[in-house]
Ligand binder design. Sequence first.
Ligand code: PLP
Length: 690
Amino acid sequence: MSRLPSLLVTGTDTGVGKTVATALLIMACRNREVAAAPFKPVAAGAKRRRGRETWADVSFLAAAAGVPEEDISLYRLKKPLSPHLAAAADGTRINIKAIARKFNSLKKKYGAVLVEGAGGIMAPISARKTFLDLATELDLPVLVVTTPRLGTLNHTLLTVSACRKRGLQVAGLIINHCPAKPAAAEKSNLAELERLTKIPVIGLIPEISVSVEKLEFGGLAAQAGHLDLSRLQVKRRGSVRALAADRRHVWHPFSAMLEYQSEKPHPLMIVSGKGSYLKDSEGRRYLDGTASLWVNVHGHRRPELDRAVRAQLGRVAHSTLLGLGNEPAALLAAQLAELAPPGLERVFFSDNGSTAVEVALKVAFQYWRQSGQPQKKEFVSFVGAYHGDTIGAVSVGGHDLYHATFKPLLFKAHLAPAAYCYRCPAGLSFPGCKLACLDGVANLLARRSGRVAAVIVEPRVQGAAGILVQPPGYLERIARLCRRHGALLVADEVATGFGRTGTMFACQQEGVRPDIMALAKGVTGGYLPLAATLFKEEIYAAFLGRYEELKTFFHGHTYTGNPLAAAAALANIALVKKPGFLPGINRRSARLAALLKPLEHLPHVGDVRQLGLMAGIELVQDRDSRTPFPARQRVARRVILKARERGVIIRPLDDTVALMPPLPISYGELKRLAGAAAWAIREVTERGNG
Ligand code: PLP
């Protein structure tokens, strides 16, 4: 074994010998030339020795590992009490985040870190957190130190069960204080521990003369050889089998599969996430610079969302909305109506952005038929638009690469010119242009007046087109044009909803109240697939009638209004309603803008566009003429693969590098994101690396 995973070493009780076991583990590692160091984040109970305060466990571990005492411990507390009480007595507070920071720096310095708890796994580390929370925060498997004495089966099983309930792996047991001649109970306990827990015993430590207090190692070193580290049961998260199965069986969306399969050393396999980070099967952490495809609102594994889903799992995972209600979906509909721009009172649930759009289009079409204006059946959308991949959504799409193939299958929609200021077809610039790009849609609506059912728009920013930010006033003018020509306005807030652009919904930046609004992505905080299409009540009213009048909207999906997803969405809304949510996003957006400023001067960056925490960096071969790179060079794709070398996951949109982090991203993480993007762009476009 050349590598050891970092572990949390806990005991079934105080005094089972965690410190001795940790020291022994370190010695065993040293014998096998495995890099490892101990870390006892909280040491309580100081003794005075030669006029100064000492902590016996800390000194013992430092001596065993040959590591300075400052690296062994973070909180050294005077009283021999439970950590939270000892901390209070010293007038301090234990901060798990600070422990995590120290842990990460020790990992960098020493390799594997064996984190020794205090007391057992449920011992409080602060007023509300226990060592279980610490293991969860640090994402550590647990090693349990126990003894063969009477009562051990109960204590060990309770410890293991608490860990498992929390989703933590228990990697092994060490049984300490094993007598040379065990009594009958001890003998049977030794045999039963492994059978009952199904966890490997990696070593039996006999009663040997060791004194932590007196720094006496006695016969400890001789025992190190008896610890069998290879028995540690830490599942390699990204098993080879999963990678092989991915290669053999998964057809990835929007992916040129030959290219994907040849990613080196192999495509990433994500196994876990926390906050702004994802971890892959090799244990590498990546900053999630795409918010897992623009969905993540509160970071990964946000406790409030985790709890909401778990609580709902304890009730029911799914029940249909066809002819039945369910509590989370009903409450969610009310919450969405309250949060949305005024007038959008009626909610139709589906599963994703495309279906939310599909519902919007079908309802708009049927609405006019049932309102005495069946001639209104045409749709208007914008060049570059992306509204999803179902046939209706593709029909109103305006991105040739994604949509042209399917033309023979689509209904005809009118594509109006979009706002793409960097490549303004009229060669104008804002505000002098007076929004001349809207003349196209204005003329179109005038020509087709009375026949257009709806205009569908991505408010304030066309996302998939390359983060094309619309100039101020653009959306409001479209809303006015719709009113003038009697067309419904559909706001596709699938990408922009839930704070992404700095307001709850992008429409609100221009006081626009759409007739229909499509939501998906962030609605569940990025946890589960659920979408909602919101309608004005008068649209809904046109569908009210007896069955034989055939006014019913005959549409719905199996998982419509799924209770688990709705529970996640309710927890998401509770968080987005907090007063600090939007101001926080706006502060971070300003920070991102400052960090992206220097990129504007890079020789192959043509344009940097940003709204809220959505940013796009358009790469060009020649800045002066704004000439794009030849498409076959796949420049943005090469950049995003390069950025992975700096631990950052981002995605390309044609030749634009899109940055779309989880909304609570910290300033430090923003710096890392912008820094990695800049570095990767320079490596690929200036140095030809990658
Ligand atoms: N609408 C917009 C504006 C989008 O950006 C997207 C996806 O990126 C969709 C609709 C489609 O959503 P989904 O991928 O969930 O079907």
